[in-house]
Write a protein that binds this ligand. Structure first.
Ligand code: ADP
Ligand code: ZN
Length: 362
């Protein structure tokens, strides 16, 4: 037998900056000039296209940047292979080559689908993400998870593919509907709960200003939230260990989303998930009762649900979906618990019976 070795070990530097400020959309040209690309394509949803999309397109054209705009219909329902194919066909029609760069302008949906298109178009072209929702700013734009949903599961087909840059323009928050702000707050609070008790305290203290969309406070909160997520991703880019703590509230949260066929926002679902995860942490002797109340009071104040009954859900239905969850291996569930506010860990001591009991307690 002869062997030909294909030795492909390499040091890869996927580092990138997240820049945060006001009015960055109108200065994007400056950032684009640092990217080794000759042509740009803005991919955005149908709501954002007419406002920010057109504005960016015209601004870049005026600055002599070769740029195009491609739109897909707004909403999670568009995050499919079919939409990705349509976007790719448009890009091919525009004759975009390997020297093109995608600008993903929008929320988590635009980031995920445009990022995934970037990962596979011509075997990979650069992309930058300009998140316009709070959720995308603090969560989905960091860490390079790009994907589409299939009939089988959410994010079932995707890649790890890092953007060249994330540009957070705080001015987008001014037009963001309140329910989208609250949706993003669930992930922001999750970051505080798993890693930083002082940050949790900061959110509690400033919650009225946050809900009133005070951009100065939000800037501090968004920066801290990005730091926490980036710090975890830096230590575990491909989710082999530590990164799993980001799934706090998500085991039950994902089960709720699929039980309701995604007719619930991700933020609402994980808020309910976090509330039961905290109760379970207390029941198993890790978390103080007072901390459970503190967490759930904050969720309630924001208007996030924290009980199954808020969505008329039966524990039995949630359990069925928890059991399908991909995180179950050999009958064991990797369940994220809290030791205290600001200190999460992944536990394998939680079994389905514990989850059943906690859900039935209401
Ligand atoms: P997520 O970021 O939660 O994954 P989407 O990408 O689907 O969600 O965005 C949620 C909705 O908010 C979409 O209908 C989108 O068009 C709209 N949207 C996103 N950003 C803004 C904004 N800055 N102002 C107003 N509407 C926005
Ligand atoms: Zn999430």
């Amino acid at each position: 037998m002869e062997v030909v070795k294909v030795d492909l070990r390499e040091e890869i530097d996927n580092s990138y900056d997240i820049v945060i400020g006001r009015g960055l959309l109108d200065n994007l040209a400056m950032e684009l000039r640092k990217i080794p690309a000759n042509e740009f394509v803005i991919i955005t949803d149908s709501n954002i296209a007419g406002t920010y999309g057109k504005r960016l397109l015209n601004d870049l054209k005026n600055k002599n940047i070769d740029v195009h705009l491609i739109t897909f219909s707004a909403g999670e329902k568009s995050k499919t292979r079919k939409t990705k194919e349509k976007l790719e066909n448009e890009m091919l029609r525009l004759n975009l080559g390997r020297d093109a760069c995608i600008i993903a302008l929008g929320g988590g949906v635009a980031g995920d689908i445009a990022g995934f298109a970037a990962a596979t178009y011509m075997r990979g072209i650069p992309y930058i993400h300009v998140p316009t929702t709070l959720l995308a700013m603090v969560d989905s734009s960091i860490g390079g998870k790009v994907a589409v949903d299939t009939g089988h599961a959410k994010n079932a087909v995707g890649a790890f593919y890092q953007p060249k840059k994330v540009v957070i323009d705080l001015n987008f928050l001014k037009t963001l509907p309140k329910k989208e702000l609250v949706n993003g707050l669930a992930e922001l609070i999750k970051h505080a709960l798993i890693k930083d008790k002082d940050f949790f305290h900061f959110i509690e203290k400033n919650i009225d200003r946050i809900l009133a969309c005070d951009v100065d406070i939000l800037k501090t909160a968004i920066k801290r939230s990005c730091e926490i997520k980036a710090d975890i991703v830096m230590q575990d880019e491909k989710e082999k260990g530590l990164r799993r703590i980001l799934n706090y509230g998500h085991t039950i949260g994902h089960a709720i989303e699929s039980a309701l066929s995604y007719r619930i926002s991700h933020g609402n679902a994980i808020a309910i998930g976090m509330s039961y995860a905290a109760k379970l942490s207390a029941k198993l002797g890790h978390l103080h009762e007072g901390s459970v109340i503190r967490q759930n009071n904050l969720l309630e104040y924001i208007g996030l649900p924290h009980k199954l009954s808020h969505h008329k859900l039966k524990p039995r239905r949630i359990l069925e979906h928890v059991q399908y969850d991909k995180k179950i291996m050999n009958g064991r569930i990797n369940f994220v618990l809290l030791n205290s506010i600001g200190d999460a860990f992944v536990s394998d001591e939680v079994n389905i019976e514990d989850i059943k009991n906690i859900l039935e307690e209401g």
